[in-house]
Design a protein around this ligand. Structure first.
Ligand code: SIN
Ligand code: FE
Length: 292
């Protein structure tokens, strides 16, 4: 099962030895969480006002698209405030990028910076459909954003000003999930990938890999017996800490907590230390065919 590997970096761009770099990549790829207990993201003057759930309006997160610099999901109307919010989120994106550059230089090839998100809403008690309910154990896969086999690596920082931890559950291994559900999953419908892409429902073609990942995500969340009975552990991420994890591989559920930043990266399987540990290669091994 997933372990929490603690590293001591107190700075986002601290120099790291080659041995530590190898250890970090190896630990992540094996499905562990890297935790930096004292790596915090300091807010600047005037940014404290964003620590309010109203900043996210109806949705749960504010997100920043690196492709066009646009903010989505915020209820802030004032142009000056909006710019400050954007500035704060950009700073987090840059900090996380520095951390990756110093700790995981082997991932620089092909690494793509995706969305930055600010999460000012309390997780516990939030109302959503079962599919969007991240308090249920799942592996990350998103209907509109097929990764076509690329990895999803995420960096989180808990910036709660009241010392409240962000509380997760961590579940069984990816191979365990896949072996459990794959035999009963329907295969992709022929041609559906092109139709979804043509209609603009997906950003790019939904490959067979994306199809199976979405099915696994949904089956896990829909299975309440699984949610309560599968081997799992609780995990508290303290305020002022940062953690990093391949969320496409690691079964996770976020149970409670408020005020966090998250940065998503996409990584080609071939940039990994060991591509055979990717969900793509694990699914291909179990199904006996290419999926992306
Ligand atoms: C998730 O990826 O399921 C949510 C994680 C979080 O917001 O802490
Ligand atoms: Fe998730």
């Amino acid at each position: 099962m997933t372990d929490i590997i603690t590293l001591s970096n107190p700075d986002w761009d601290q120099q790291v030895t080659t041995a530590e770099q190898e250890l970090a990549a190896d630990a992540l790829e094996r499905g562990n969480v890297l935790l930096f207990p004292h790596l915090s993201f300091l807010l600047q003057d005037g940014e404290g006002q964003f620590l309010s759930p109203t900043v996210a309006g109806e949705g749960k997160n504010v997100s920043l698209d690196p492709a066009n610099g646009l903010l989505r999901g915020s209820s802030v109307n004032d142009a000056d405030l909006l710019q400050r919010l954007q500035f704060m989120m950009n700073r987090f994106a840059t900090s996380s990028r520095h951390l990756l550059r110093s700790l995981l230089p082997r991932y620089e090839t092909g690494l793509e910076q995706a969305r930055t998100s600010f999460r000012p809403t309390e997780i516990a008690g939030r109302r959503t459909s079962w599919r969007k309910d991240d308090t249920r154990l799942h592996v990350d896969s998103f209907p509109s954003s097929p990764t076509q086999g690329n990895r999803i690596l995420r960096v989180f920082t808990n910036v709660n000003p009241h010392g409240q931890s962000r509380n997760w559950r961590l579940g069984e291994s990816f191979e365990g999930v896949a072996r459990r559900y794959l035999p009963s999953l329907p295969g992709p419908i022929w041609g559906a990938d092109h139709v979804l892409n043509f209609l603009g429902i997906t950003r790019r073609r939904r490959t067979a890999y994306d199809h199976y990942m979405l099915q696994l995500h949904d089956r896990m969340k829909a299975d309440l017996a699984y949610q309560s009975q599968v081997a799992q552990r609780a995990c508290e991420f303290q305020a002022g800490s940062t953690w990093m994890v391949f969320t496409d591989l690691v079964s996770h559920a976020a149970m409670s907590g408020q005020y966090a930043f998250e940065q998503t990266y996409h990584l080609p399987v071939n940039s990994m230390l060991d591509p055979s540990r990717s969900p793509l290669r694990i699914l291909e091994k179990l199904l006996g065919r290419e999926l992306a």
